[in-house]
Design a protein around this ligand. Structure first.
Ligand code: UDP
Length: 243
């Protein structure tokens, strides 16, 4: 495994996008079970108040920076690290799964969004082997976990938002013999075509969060005051922490 850094006590792997993809494919090939967490400031702030989520994050096999917030926190420690986001990983891994014949499960989002996303994925990847789909609006994890395990899926995208997707992956992980599981938030909304990815200029400037907040103003309460508090604590962390 490559080098890791710590942000306020939470691990982040310092891997390139291609290294992460290699690690995922290699893990599937070698029958390993991997929870890949794409971490962001909101999840870290939630974990500080939720001991179970904290444990889940600490036990994730791979943790990648989902956006500019984590990049800035790393920069404060003198570390330059590229973003490795859930949506980019999903696009590339679906491509790789199609090529390698890896069975895929898509779990999350509203039923009609999931249907649209599944159709669009099948159109883009005509040879993909999607063995299991389920919307994300369930409270009893057990039957959905049974369904995934019985399907033989080895690459599982969980798009239920944090912390539900992390807690679900943690339970699923206990039952999997082999496979890579990634929590990818609102990625199926993007795949369905109902939500647009931020234009390239916003992505380049690290302002996806601004674009998403302009498009969905109700998201403002998710980033304020969470983000300013996270950055203030990251500055303190970069001064006092020895990690
Ligand atoms: N969602 C779900 N189950 C739930 C709550 C939410 O499947 O119980 C879905 C929701 O429909 C959306 C995604 O989870 O597709 C969360 O998107 P959000 O934009 O909040 O995630 P982010 O990308 O910000 O983590």
């Amino acid at each position: 495994m490559e080098k890791r850094a710590k942000i306020q006590g939470y691990d982040v792997d310092l891997m390139t996008f291609d290294e992460v993809i290699f690690e995922c494919l290699d893990s599937i090939k070698n029958n390993k079970v991997v929870h890949l967490e794409t971490i962001n400031p909101e999840i870290i702030q939630q974990a500080k108040k939720n001991p179970v989520l904290k444990k889940v994050l600490h036990e994730a096999e791979i943790v990648t920076p989902d956006g500019v917030g984590i990049q800035i926190a790393l920069k404060l420690k003198g570390i330059s690290q590229e973003k490795v986001t859930g949506v980019d990983l999903s696009y590339r891994m679906l491509d790789e799964c199609e090529k390698a014949g890896i069975p895929v499960a898509l779990i999350g989002a509203k039923p009609e969004i999931l249907n649209l996303a599944t159709q669009n994925i099948k159109t883009k990847h005509p040879n993909i082997n999607i063995v299991c789909t389920n919307d994300g609006y369930f409270s009893d994890f057990s039957p959905i976990i049974d369904k995934i395990v019985n399907s033989g899926a080895k690459f599982i995208l969980c798009a239920m938002g944090a912390p539900k997707q992390e807690l679900f992956i943690y339970e699923l992980k206990k039952r999997m013999q082999c496979g890579v599981m990634i929590g990818v938030g609102g990625t199926f909304d993007v795949f369905s075509g109902c939500v647009k990815l931020a234009p390239e200029i916003y992505r380049k400037l690290g302002l996806e969060w601004l674009y998403r907040t302009i498009k969905q103003p109700e998201r403002f309460k998710r980033i304020f005051p969470t983000l300013p508090i996270f950055f203030f604590q990251s500055i303190i962390d970069s001064i006092v922490s020895k990690d």
